[in-house]
Design a protein around this ligand. Structure first.
Ligand SMILES: Nc1ncnc2c1ncn2[C@@H]1O[C@H](COP(=O)(O)OP(=O)(O)OP(=O)(O)O)[C@@H](O)[C@H]1O
Ligand SMILES: [Mg+2]
Length: 245
């Protein structure tokens, strides 16, 4: 049994009077792929954002890579080890594909342009975007943008990757190309937490599926346990509703 890379105990998070996380315990082991599912507003993004400190949990404990991140003084060094891909890509529109991958490395990892370009081309190749290195990011498709966003994150050599609905903003024909890249990363052994509505992906790729409901973890288990034999009626109801979409 490997030590957990992410260990969360009893975190709470409110926005004003709205309590969004109501005591969440959650852990992820090295090399594990965990899919977070649940209805809109259940707190999935907030949980992810608490892990990379885009939000600060009000109470509880979050240990990542053995560090107590809620009391961490060096947020930038921590964030460099955690890759994040969002629904809306968040690429820099004023830079071409290559520079989107190169500039953050130079800034955060403080490496030479030459070395950064070498890394960038390796990861652009991995996501099938090397031939678009000089393209204007405004001119490529949504699926291609998301693949560049993944390459950009991989360039930082993250120990953990967080994905927040990376395919939700894509046209249906582009969803597969992004999910296939993610599947490959999972097979390479990258530790990943993936918020997704893609139940087939969760079933095929996740080591563990976590169902969140109203700010709590309602149920978690292997894909087989969750999809074939959910214990909670609320989980079963959510899955039935998802299947009918
Ligand atoms: N910065 C914020 N300020 C105020 N309320 C927020 C903020 N971020 C999230 N919320 C609220 O917290 C609740 C949970 O949001 P969250 O984005 O975590 O849900 P989610 O499970 O990711 O939902 P979805 O599937 O729609 O993305 C929602 O009611 C949302 O409106
Ligand atoms: Mg969300």
């Amino acid at each position: 049994m490997t030590a957990p890379i992410v260990e969360i105990k009893d975190i709470h998070k409110s926005f004003g009077a709205l309590e969004v996380l109501k005591g969440v315990d959650f852990s992820v082991n090295e090399g594990e792929v965990v899919c977070l599912i649940g209805s809109s507003g259940s707190g999935k993004s907030t949980l992810l954002r608490c892990i990379n400190l885009l939000e600060k949990a009000d109470s509880g404990m979050i240990n990542v890579f053995g560090e107590d991140i809620l009391h961490n003084k060096n947020i930038n060094a921590y964030r460099a080890k955690v890759g994040m891909c969002f629904q809306q890509f968040n690429l820099f529109n004023n830079m071409n594909v290559l520079d989107n991958c190169v500039k953050p490395q130079m800034k955060v990892l403080k490496i030479s342009r030459e070395e950064a370009v070498k890394n960038a081309l390796t990861f652009l190749e991995k996501v099938g975007m090397r031939q678009f290195a000089n393209a204007d990011v405004r001119m490529i498709s949504g699926g291609q943008k998301q693949r560049v966003a993944i390459a950009r994150a991989l360039c930082m050599n993250p120990r953990l990757m967080l994905f927040d609905e990376p395919t939700s903003a894509l046209d249906p024909e582009m969803v597969g190309e992004v999910l296939n890249i993610m599947k490959e990363l999972a097979n390479d052994g990258l530790t990943m937490i993936v918020v997704t509505h893609e139940m087939n992906f969760a079933r095929d790729v996740a080591d563990r599926v976590v169902f969140m409901d109203k700010g709590r973890i309602e149920e978690e288990g292997t894909p087989e346990e969750i999809f074939m034999n959910p214990k909670s009626e609320r989980t079963a109801e959510f899955l039935r509703a998802s299947a009918n979409k």
